[in-house]
Design a protein around this ligand. Sequence first.
Ligand SMILES: Cc1ncc(COP(=O)(O)O)c(C=O)c1O
Length: 361
Amino acid sequence: MIELRNFIKNIRPYKPGKPIEEVIKELGLTGEILKLASNENPLGASPHAIKAMSDRIDDSFLYPDDNCYYLKQRLSEQSGIPVQNVIVGSGSVELIELIFKAYVNPGDEVIMSEPSFIMYRIACQIFGGERIAVPLKAYHHDTEAMIERMNAKTKIIIVDNPINPTGTIIRKAAMDHFVKTVPPNVILVIDEAYHEYIRESDYPHGLDYLKKHQNIIVLRTFSKIYGLAGLRVGYGFGSEEIIGAMMKVRLPFNVNRIGQIAAGAALGDTDFVEASIENNEAGKAFLYREFERLGLSYTPSFGNFVLVDFKKEAKEVFEAAQKRGVILRTVYEYGLPTSLRITIGSKAQNERLIKVLEEIL
Ligand SMILES: Cc1ncc(COP(=O)(O)O)c(C=O)c1O
């Protein structure tokens, strides 16, 4: 056996779930499969994006624009953040990796919640960082405990707001205090993969802190509300210093040509974004009512997914739902063996989900 680098010996790889086609074959399923496992948009992709991609598909033989010139321009216009403070990546997961790649020396400490988005742990391990895992407090980030764990070795603090997999948020007062307390030599990553879904006035938008705090980087994605998960386009906003460091360690042409075109078009598709928010709100209200009727315990969510605690080994529910053609997300690798994370679907999908859960339970 060829020996691996020390840091990566203990990595448990990210488990995205099998392709639907394989699950169908294995279980001999018939009928339409409903996948509510990856927080994709049940309305599909933004129609503006589809049109733009179709118009330009013939250009696929050309390399992409290495600097994502037009997409960065669009992101800058939309956000009011200067273009030199914008970075685009192959999904926001690439940007997470670039931050660690640029900044984490072996032994540097990285503070994150346990559980939070699993890629933080994996990126930290790849680069030999020392992971400081702070337990959630009643399913919420415990920012006070994170502050207490800071010391001279702390290099990065990373939070998802809202958290995948619980869907809860850090509220404004707590975030104000948090950003003020994290010293300028520590990078604070605020991952806002689901921020567009949030209408709560007490939700702190990371961009509001950027002017005053050069150590913050805000991550966002086209995978969720814009419905472009398959194209792998994520983006981030931060100081020129941090963006410059990340640009140094990325590989050329990291964002594919069609993805750049689609993302630029999707940004202007406000009707689609509105429809996605409305579908999500209506779906959430319906699911909460139905979970309560079924006596199921859930965590109220600000994302496009809900964490449901079945109070027993959730794998049983997962497998029973899968046999009925409904694919949900187990979260035992997040330390939540009795829960499943369920993406909020369309009206018909949510109704089917509830019917299936009712049968199983
Ligand atoms: C909190 C969080 N950050 C980032 C991502 C990754 O998104 P992308 O598809 O942009 O890599 C996800 C995806 O599930 C997520 O939940």
